[in-house]
Design a binder for this molecule. Structure first.
Ligand SMILES: [Zn+2]
Ligand SMILES: [Zn+2]
Length: 406
C-alpha cells in the first residue's frame, strides 16, 4: 500500500527542528515522477499524489522512516533536557515540597520550575500520536536515563540557575565580585544556622559589597518624586473604613513575619497599579478593600530584586505564623533585603506576579511609618468584583486564609 509523506504528520515538527528528509538516512522515501502513466493514490488518506511529492511504497518503508525520524527528533530535543526528576531535578522538587509544607497556600507555585515530559513534548511540537514513542527515546543529559514517564518533570539549566539563586552570582559578577556556586550553597546553610553572623561569612560580605557597588554607581531603580503608588487593606464589608494612619506599616518590632520583615524593620508594601491591588490582597467574598493613594516625597532609590533573583516570588515567605520553622529559602532574599537597608536603599522593587493580564510593579519600603519619604494623599473604598473560574477555586479562596501582602 502506498502511503504519502503527509500522512506521517512529521513535516511540521521536522521543520521546527531543522530536520530535512535528507538528514534522515532513508532510502525508503520515493518521489512521484512526472512521467508516471498511472495516478498514484495514498492508501492512508486516499489523496491522489502530485508530481514531486514524497511517498513510501509500503507500510514497512513508512514505518522504518518514521522510526528513524523519531530517533532523530528525540535526539535533537533531548539536547534541551538538562535534568530530570530522577537526578538533580529531585532536589528542586524536594525543596519546593519542604517550603510549601504546612503553608495555607503554596509559596512556590506547583510547576513554577521545569515542565512535565508531556509539556516538554508539546512545546517541542511533537504530534500527540507520537508522544509515547518520543517519550521512550528521550534521554536526560545529566543522568542518561531514558524512558521518562509522561508526568515526570524535566528541567533546563536555566531552571536550575533560577531556582538555586545562581542569578545572584552573575549579579555579583557584574560588579566584579566572584562568588562560587558551591560557596553560595554553603552560605545558604550558614544563614540557616547562624543568621546573625551572615556578614562574617565571606559570601555574605561579597553580596553586601556587590549591592553597595551598585548603589554607589547609581544603577539603582529610581522612583521619581511625585510618583503615585497604591496600598490596599482588606476589611469586613460591614466594618469601618480605614483612615490614613491605618495604612502605615506597623512599628518596628511589631511587624508580623512577611517578605522582608525578618530584616527587623517594618516594611511598607505598595503597588504601582491600583487595579492590581485586589489581586495582591486576595480578598474573600466577605471582604471590602480600602486603597490609599500614596506619593513619593522625593526620589526613592530602590533595589531591583528581579535583577538578582529570577522566579524570585518563590524564595520569599508570606506566612504569618510565628511558630513556623524558618524556611531556608527565605533567608537569602531576607539577607539581601537587610544589606539594601543597611546600604541606604529606600526599599526594594519587584515585579508583580499575581496577574497574568497586566504588568505591574510592587515595592517594599523600609522604615515607612512617617511621612518623610511618602505621603498618603487620599484613602477610599475600592469597588471590585470577584470572578471565579470554577466552584473549586471559589471554595479554595473562601476557605484559605487571606494573605494580604500589599
Ligand atoms: Zn496520505
Ligand atoms: Zn536525569
Amino acid at each position: 500500500m502506498t502511503i504519502c509523506f503527509h500522512c506521517t504528520k512529521l513535516g511540521f515538527v521536522m521543520k521546527q527542528h531543522s530536520l530535512s528528509v535528507a538528514d534522515i538516512e532513508s532510502p525508503e522515501v520515493l518521489i512521484v515522477g512526472y512521467k508516471r502513466q498511472k495516478e498514484l493514490a495514498c492508501g492512508e488518506c486516499g489523496r491522489v499524489l502530485f508530481p514531486e511529492e514524497m511517498y513510501f511504497e509500503d507500510e514497512r518503508d513508512y514505518e522504518s522512516f518514521v522510526r528513524k525520524t523519531l530517533d532523530a527528533i528525540a535526539e535533537k530535543i533531548s539536547a534541551q533536557l538538562d535534568y530530570c526528576s530522577r537526578c538533580d531535578g529531585y532536589d528542586i522538587e524536594r525543596s519546593i515540597y519542604l517550603v510549601n509544607k504546612g503553608e495555607a497556600r503554596d509559596l512556590i507555585k506547583e510547576g513554577a520550575y521545569g515542565q512535565t515530559v508531556w509539556e516538554f513534548m508539546s512545546d517541542n511540537d511533537i504530534p500527540e500520536r507520537y508522544f509515547n514513542e518520543i517519550r521512550k527515546r528521550l534521554c536526560c543529559r545529566n543522568c542518561g536515563r531514558r524512558d521518562l514517564e509522561i508526568g515526570q518533570r524535566v528541567y533546563s539549566e536555566d531552571d536550575m540557575d533560577s531556582f538555586w539563586g545562581r542569578k545572584l552570582i552573575s549579579f555579583a559578577f557584574s560588579y566584579g565580585i566572584n562568588i562560587g556556586s558551591a560557596d553560595l550553597e554553603e552560605f545558604r546553610t550558614h544563614l540557616y544556622y547562624r543568621p546573625m553572623l551572615a556578614m562574617q561569612h565571606e559570601v555574605g560580605g561579597q553580596i553586601f559589597a556587590a549591592i553597595q557597588r551598585q548603589f554607589e554607581e547609581g544603577s539603582y531603580y529610581s522612583l521619581a518624586a511625585g510618583s503615585e503608588l497604591f496600598r490596599g487593606r482588606a476589611r469586613n464589608k460591614d466594618g469601618a473604613e480605614f483612615s490614613a494612619h491605618d495604612f502605615w506599616a506597623p512599628p518596628d518590632g511589631a511587624a508580623s513575619h512577611g517578605r522582608y520583615n525578618s530584616i527587623g524593620v517594618s516594611v511598607l508594601y505598595c503597588c504601582s497599579d491600583k487595579q492590581s491591588v485586589p489581586y495582591e490582597i486576595h480578598p474573600s467574598h466577605e471582604q471590602a478593600i480600602d486603597i490609599a493613594t500614596i506619593t513619593a516625597n522625593r526620589e526613592l532609590k530602590l533595589f531591583d530584586i528581579d535583577k538578582a533573583f529570577e522566579g524570585f516570588e518563590g524564595f520569599v515567605g508570606s506566612g504569618n505564623e510565628e511558630t513556623k520553622l524558618i524556611k531556608r529559602h527565605y533567608l537569602l532574599t531576607n539577607f539581601v533585603g537587610a544589606c539594601c537597608e543597611r546600604i541606604g536603599y529606600d526599599g526594594i522593587k519587584y515585579d508583580g506576579v499575581a496577574r497574568r493580564d497586566a504588568h505591574y510593579v510592587n515595592f517594599a519600603f523600609f522604615h515607612s511609618k512617617d511621612d518623610r519619604k511618602l505621603s498618603i494623599v487620599q484613602t477610599a473604598p475600592y469597588f471590585f468584583e470577584i470572578v471565579y473560574k470554577n466552584p473549586l477555586s471559589e471554595w479554595l479562596r473562601d476557605n484559605l486564609e487571606s494573605n494580604a501582602r500589599v
